[in-house]
Write a new protein. Structure first.
Length: 421
């Protein structure tokens, strides 16, 4: 459930970014797009939903809205098919679905590992062929690596980042501009951010929108670096830079498309890049306000998944003394367990007002919750071979926020010759 809520929360900003990019086209704000993608990366990686159980009880009550997002139950309803072997029976997950999911997971892992290893090998190869130089660029001494075997500059490295430029480019009239382009890649840690996108794909491998995140981030990074590189230059100088982009788009590149932080790119995107950088990209007050508002709304939309997250119950059956947490009232209906509903689980928790909650799992991240405990009774149902049943009742305490359950002393045991449950 937590992973499902995280993948939904992370996907919302990415989908908004894609929709705006498709609709607005040349008027699209790439700075807003990058903010949306970073928001998506945050929610993909950070289990924000668990913050709900660190809040006071009165706030948790407001956030606990009845949302039917029982993933396991709804998934079973969708994929359940009639079994050909036993009429009336059903199998929850067809075998071919399990095999398909497993193959997809293996493909994602192999792709990610291959890309990372190949990238490291390609970097070492490029650096071994390159010569370190210190050049004066716009009155500032900078470090670059000259390579005679490449035709376009690159920014490589995750933490320690380096700029590799073609040796023949030193006298190019656009050298200052494409150096500024690569310097922006370096400042933005774009290679590291793409590595994080790869990690997100591995975590949320079943979600295709996670793969879309990698594509959108790489494209957005190039547009932003173009805008920074041309800031302060004349229209004629920008035209020379645009001509350079067209020339480099036909060159073969040593790095995979996943890791390219350079000037060149896919031919179908070059025209859009040129159109974007040739116009005035200064953001007015209105557009800046719209960008901030869109970011805030998207954050709230992603954060709203906190209301859907309900952790599994954690059962602590150490038979501890639970009376320290509060006083116990009488059992529901005073004496009998005949009205207990064991249809969903053979273990239920009964609050003192008679409300029943099925206990279906024993895994939870309850340690993050500052518990608000309430008294009740833990009921265990066991069928007998004769057709009857036995219900064992323990005093218990249950957290109203995270479901953490503490089982105390035995309260009573009831045996039925014919099971009424």
């Amino acid at each position: 459930m937590l992973c499902i809520c995280m993948t939904v929360a992370g996907s919302i900003p990415v989908v908004v970014c894609l929709v705006l990019w498709l609709i607005q086209r040349q008027s699209y704000n790439y700075y807003l797009g990058k903010n949306l993608l970073l928001i998506g990366m945050f929610f993909y990686l950070v289990p924000f939903q668990m913050v709900k159980y660190l809040l006071p009880q009165r706030i948790v009550s407001v956030l606990s809205v009845p949302i039917d997002i029982n993933v396991e139950q709804n998934f079973n309803k969708v994929v359940a098919v009639k079994s050909l072997l036993s009429p009336g029976d059903s199998i929850w997950v067809p075998k071919w679905v399990s095999i398909l999911l497993l193959v997809w997971l293996l493909c994602i892992i192999i792709f990610s590992v291959y890309q990372i290893i190949k990238y490291r090998i390609d970097i070492r190869k490029l650096m071994a062929q390159s010569e370190q130089r210190f050049l004066d660029v716009n009155g500032e001494t900078v470090e670059v690596w000259l390579n005679k075997n490449i035709h376009t500059p690159y920014t490589v490295g995750f933490i320690k980042r380096s700029i590799i430029v073609p040796q023949e480019s030193l006298n190019h009239p656009c050298f200052d501009m494409f150096y500024k382009h690569e310097e922006q890649h370096k400042r933005n840690f774009d290679s590291l951010m793409k590595l994080i996108c790869i990690v997100i794909i591995c975590i949320h491998w079943i979600n295709p929108i996670a793969i879309l995140l990698l594509f959108l981030y790489g494209m957005t990074a190039e547009y932003i670096c173009d805008a920074k590189a041309l800031d302060g230059y004349t229209y004629e100088e920008k035209k020379k830079y645009a001509k350079l982009l067209i020339e480099l788009s036909t060159e073969d590149e040593p790095l995979s498309m996943v890791w390219r932080n350079n000037l060149s790119g896919a031919e179908q995107l070059i025209k859009r890049r040129i159109t974007y950088m040739m116009k005035k990209n200064k953001m007015g007050l209105l557009r800046r306000g719209i960008a901030i508002a869109a970011s805030v709304i998207t954050v709230f939309a992603s954060a709203s998944t906190i209301m859907a997250y309900e952790p599994f119950d954690w059962v602590d059956d150490g038979n501890v003394d639970v009376t320290d947490y509060g006083e116990f009232g009488s059992f529901s209906d005073g004496d009998s367990t005949i009205d207990c509903d064991f249809s969903l689980s053979d273990t239920i928790f009964v609050y003192e007002d008679g409300t029943q909650v099925a206990i279906t799992d024993d895994s939870s991240s309850y340690v993050l919750c500052n518990h608000t405990m309430t008294s009740g009774y833990y009921n265990v149902h066991k069928s007998n071979s004769s057709g009857g049943c036995t219900v064992t009742v323990f005093k218990a305490q249950k957290c109203t926020k995270c479901g953490y359950l503490i089982i105390g002393d035995l309260y009573k045991t009831e045996t039925y010759p014919v099971c009424p449950h």
